[in-house]
Every structure is written in structure tokens, then in C-alpha cells.
Write a protein that binds this ligand. Structure first.
Ligand SMILES: Nc1nc2c(ncn2[C@@H]2O[C@H](COP(=O)(O)OP(=O)(O)O)[C@@H](O)[C@H]2O)c(=O)[nH]1
Ligand SMILES: [Mg+2]
Length: 315
């Protein structure tokens, strides 16, 4: 029973944390009472989302942030979510090295999560893993995610504050995605600022940010970093803390946490309703009605109404 792991989790016992997370990751039944018991202990961690395109330097930055947290006597949990990876249950290839580094250090817990085939489920599991790490007393929880399509919005839903990592070559991307990026970003980082174009991009970005007023959000500051040389990391860390303070004073942090809670509830309801809805009979009905393209006689909406209605025998 995972509930037996709770005392260990609350004492920051790595073995208990690890076992609980493995159950969550593999969708081994975790009773609702487990999350109920964790809930009252998961409130005080700060959850930071770090997102951006593959190769932008998110992992390198995350490693630097771990170090600076430790220097500030703070503990850290890292959840590296890669929706493009089918792997799970420990390490994605590039993350193994850093995980080994902290193997015997209970101030740091790192876990990589891949995609088991359902993106929505991945976001839910990542939040639940965050709850376990929060209950273990980690001061900061860093969510590292690849920003691909919906993925980045999912991190934003998960985190108290979201850092979007770009590189000097990302100029065009910004033009294309500015609305979406600006909506989710609380802070921007232009990493690889040892390369040409970093200052130009910073100026461009600041201009865009200044002219784009996202409702209920503070204008995101822009930081330049060279993660591989540890440059700009202290400034970024202080910037994150300052931004959190500002959000807190303006009541925005509470609002965000409230909306995170509401989103989680509605995601769970959607998942549960779908699970209940798709009986084997309904799946068979849909499959046999769609054997070939020629055999399909009704519009998708009609098919959906048929399935939603009572016209199919339930067993
Ligand atoms: N030149 C340069 N390379 C960097 C910098 N930060 C990371 N890299 C390199 O970029 C590559 C991708 O970094 P990684 O952290 O794995 O990116 P991720 O996919 O976003 O997690 C690695 O080879 C890093 O060594 C930087 O500031 N400057
Ligand atoms: Mg990475």
C-alpha cells in the first residue's frame, strides 16, 4: 500500500519517495486517500517551470539552479518531463549523469518522466510527482519540459512561475509564437548568450513584451545566461525570487495556485468521465462502424451523438 510510504516521504526518505513516484509513473493504482494524506503537506514548495525548445540548454540551466539552491541552503526536486520520450521510470539518457551526481544527497531528488502514450495523463502524473516531492519538504521543485505544442501550456498549469528558455537564434520563433509564449512566460532567459545575436534578441524581446500587456501578469523580465559557464545564473536565481515576491505581494501567486487547483480538478473529472465512458462495447461499436472509409455513413458529430446516447447496449 502506498499509504504506508507516507511517513517515509514526510521524513524525506529517498527510498519511500522513489517507490511512491514509481507507482504514480506506472499508473499502478494509487488510492485517493494517498493524495488526501499528502495534500496538507504539499503547500509550501515553490514550483518553477523551465520550458523551451529542445537543445536550448534547459538541463544545463537546471543543473546550475540546483547548485545555487544548495548554496542558499535550499533543497530541490527536479522533474524532467519529456513528452517526446517513451521512456520512464528513472533516467532519460542525458539526465543520468546529473542524477548520479546527487545519488547520495537527500537535498536533491531528480526524476525524468516520459510519455506513456497519453499526454494529458503525463501532465497529471507530473503534478502528482510534484506533490510527493513537496510533501518530502523540497523548497523548490523544478519542472524541466520541452516546449512542444501543448506541452508548454501544461507546465504553465503546473508551476507557480514559468521560465521560458530561448537561444539567440530563436528570433523567428518569437515572431511566430509571441502570443502563446508571452502568455505562459513569467521570465525569459536567452541562454547561449556567448553566441552572436543575444543582445539583439534581448532588445527585440523586451520591446515586444513592453507593448504586449497580458492581463493579470507582470511584464516578464529578460535574462541573458551562458549556462555552460555558469554566467548569469545568480542574477536569474535572484530574479526568480524577486518575481515571486512581486507576484505574492500583488496576490497573483495565490490566484495562480487557485487556478492550478481548479484546473487539476477539472482535468481529473475529464479523465474520469472519459474512462467511464469508453466501455469495451463503445470501442467495438466505433471500430466496427469505421472499418473502411467507404463504410462511414455519418458525420463525426452524429457518430459522437450515437455513442453519447443510449442507443448502444451497455452490459
Ligand atoms: N555555447 C553554449 N552551449 C550551451 C549553453 N548551455 C547549454 N549548452 C549546450 O547545449 C546543448 C544542449 O543543452 P541541454 O542542457 O541538454 O539542452 P536542453 O535540451 O534544453 O535540456 C549541450 O551540448 C550543452 O552543453 C550555453 O550557454 N552556451
Ligand atoms: Mg534536457
Amino acid at each position: 500500500m502506498p499509504n504506508a510510504l507516507i511517513p517515509g516521504i514526510l521524513k524525506n526518505d529517498t527510498g519511500s519517495i522513489s517507490k511512491a513516484i514509481t507507482r504514480i509513473e506506472n499508473n499502478i493504482h494509487v488510492p485517493d486517500s494517498f493524495f488526501h494524506d499528502l495534500h496538507n503537506h504539499s503547500a509550501s514548495s515553490i514550483r518553477i517551470g523551465i520550458t523551451g525548445p529542445p537543445g536550448a540548454g534547459k538541463s544545463t540551466l537546471t543543473n546550475e539552479l540546483i547548485e545555487i539552491c544548495l548554496l542558499n541552503k535550499k533543497s530541490v526536486g527536479v522533474i524532467a518531463v519529456d513528452p517526446t520520450s517513451p521512456f520512464s521510470g528513472g533516467a532519460l539518457l542525458g539526465d543520468r549523469v546529473r542524477m548520479n551526481k546527487y545519488l547520495w544527497d537527500d537535498r536533491v531528488f531528480i526524476r525524468s518522466m516520459g510519455n506513456h502514450g497519453d499526454l494529458g495523463g503525463l501532465a497529471r502524473r507530473a503534478q502528482e510527482v510534484g506533490d510527493v516531492l513537496a510533501a518530502s519538504g523540497k523548497d523548490y521543485i523544478l519542472y524541466e519540459t520541452v516546449g512542444v505544442g501543448q506541452g508548454e501550456y501544461d507546465v504553465a498549469k503546473t508551476a507557480d512561475i514559468t521560465v521560458v528558455v530561448l537561444v539567440p537564434e530563436s528570433g523567428d520563433e518569437i515572431q511566430l509564437m509571441k502570443a502563446g509564449l508571452i502568455e505562459i512566460a513569467d521570465l525569459f532567459v536567452i541562454n547561449k548568450s556567448d553566441r552572436e545575436g543575444a543582445n539583439r534578441l534581448a532588445t527585440l524581446l523586451k520591446n515586444i513584451l513592453h507593448n504586449f500587456s497580458a492581463h493579470g501578469k507582470i511584464e516578464p523580465p529578460v535574462y541573458n545566461t551562458v549556462a555552460t559557464q555558469g554566467k548569469g545564473i545568480v542574477e536569474l536565481f535572484l530574479g526568480i525570487k524577486e518575481h515571486l515576491n512581486l507576484m505574492d505581494t500583488k496576490g497573483m501567486l495565490d490566484l495562480r495556485r487557485l487556478s492550478r487547483y481548479r484546473n487539476r480538478v477539472s482535468d481529473l473529472i475529464r479523465e474520469q468521465l472519459e474512462d467511464e465512458f469508453w466501455t469495451p462495447e463503445k470501442r467495438t461499436f466505433l471500430n466496427s462502424a469505421t472499418q473502411t472509409l467507404d463504410s462511414i455513413k455519418s458525420a463525426p458529430i452524429i457518430m459522437a451523438q450515437l455513442l453519447l446516447g443510449q442507443s448502444i447496449n451497455e452490459s
